[in-house]
Design a protein around this ligand. Structure first.
Ligand code: LCS
Length: 394
């Protein structure tokens, strides 16, 4: 269906929903039903054969979930969307749909820990070779492509190192070989980065993060061209069955409405904290996409609207010092996940990326002293005072 609203801030509130169809309810209703009643056996047959539209069973399609799927497609500038029970359900459904045994996947060097784990599982169980690439030059990407290459998977900014990948460059090379590019857009949300506009084929999200925004849902989303998304819907989506519950879809529709204003505040707060961290004597290195001194700054200017709410930094000292610092924060909560209203802090080497063997983890740039900070919507002054007092203990 063509988009009704062209501007992002309006589409994110209204796209995919017409209150006239449901008694004028301003808020989309929650269809918390596992199944749908047919008028006749013939109607049931027609719906299952796809001859007529209509709901049959909530693993296949649900009206509340359908609004969310239309909305994510609209705001990512895709043709179709799909909603899942977690970010990992989205990533695995997409990757299993694009590959078969003995294929080859190229990915960015650093990835979220469980995405790395999934690629290793696919390699061990189905001989789907996984090769990583810095994605810094077209030559390097071209040199890795072979006839079995079934897709390129990238994260940018990378979790947790905050490195950036030039999405248009990757998409242009992949197009020469007709290889789909899948991009995990979790750290930016569709508000800060629109990968499909840059030529990527499928965008995935852990909607648990900025899209939900409130720390109360685990969910995933995907969007892209109709042909690819429909192929996933008809295969790995319904057969593996990692679907979202209607209630969680309803919560995401609610969370999405405030995404632009939340993101603006996440970015403002993160900028304040980053510039102070960068100058602090107990901080060895600090990483943020909006940093004008960062090597990736040119890529940032090309593809991101703003720097986002995520910061990584290394404290001076050892792993023990990093842990002492983490034990000292008070306002900022020591927890994994990110993109919430509440600020969260964690230690990638022993938490989100614990699954990655040490050698690969260090190649990813995740040191023992690296801290990942998800800046929330509190007053930034309180966040900074909290960080300052915690850095004192090192
Ligand atoms: N992609 C990225 C970039 C992520 O950060 C995560 C989860 C996922 C995919 C998986 O999404 P999920 O299945 O959890 O919805 N990242 C987490 C993190 O950094 N801390 O805790 C989870």
């Amino acid at each position: 269906m063509p988009k009704k609203y062209q501007r992002f801030e309006t589409a994110i509130i209204h796209e995919g929903y017409d209150e006239k169809e449901v008694l004028g309810s301003l808020v989309p209703p929650l269809f918390q039903s596992s199944t749908f009643v047919f008028d006749s056996a013939e109607q049931g047959e027609q719906r299952f054969s796809g001859e007529t539209d209509g709901y049959t069973y909530s693993r296949l399609r649900n009206p509340t979930v359908a609004i969310l799927e239309e909305r994510i497609a609209a705001i990512e500038n895709g043709e179709k969307g799909l909603a899942f029970g977690s970010g990992m359900a989205a990533i695995s459904a997409v990757l299993f749909s694009l590959t078969k045994a003995n294929d080859h996947i190229i990915s960015s060097v650093a990835l979220y820990g469980n995405t790395f784990g999934l690629l290793k599982l696919m390699e061990e169980k189905y001989n789907i070779a996984h090769e990583t690439c810095s994605m810094k030059s077209t030559e390097e990407i071209r040199s890795l492509i072979r006839k079995e290459t079934a897709c390129i998977f990238v994260e940018t900014p990378v979790n947790p190192t905050m490195q950036l990948i030039d999405l248009k460059m990757v998409a242009d090379v992949a197009k020469e070989f007709d290889i789909p590019v899948v991009i995990d857009n979790t750290f930016c949300s569709p508000y800060l980065q629109r990968p499909l506009d840059l030529g990527c084929d499928i965008v995935v999200h852990s909607a648990t993060k900025y899209i939900g925004g409130h720390g109360d849902v685990v969910a995933g989303l995907a969007a892209g061209k109709a042909e690819l998304i429909e192929r996933i819907r008809k295969t790995t989506f319904k057969d593996i069955g990692g679907i979202i519950s209607p209630f969680d879809a309803w919560l995401l529709l609610r969370g999405l409405k405030t995404l632009p204003v939340r993101m603006d505040r996440h970015c403002e707060n993160a900028e304040q904290i980053f510039k102070r961290l960068k100058e602090h004597p107990k901080v060895a290195n600090a990483y943020y996409p909006g940093d004008a001194d960062a090597p990736d700054y040119e890529i940032f200017k090309k593809q991101m609207k703003s720097g986002g709410g995520m910061i990584a930094f290394e404290v001076v000292g050892t792993k023990k010092d990093a842990q002492k610092f983490l034990n000292a924060v008070k306002v900022i909560k020591l927890a994994v996940s990110l993109g919430d209203i509440d600020s969260l802090i964690q230690h990638p080497a022993t938490m989100t990326h614990k699954i990655v063997p040490e050698k690969e983890r260090l190649e990813m740039g995740i040191t023992d002293t690296m801290i990942r900070l998800s800046i929330g919507l509190e007053a930034w002054e309180d966040l900074w005072e909290d960080l300052e007092q915690a850095l004192e203990v090192i």
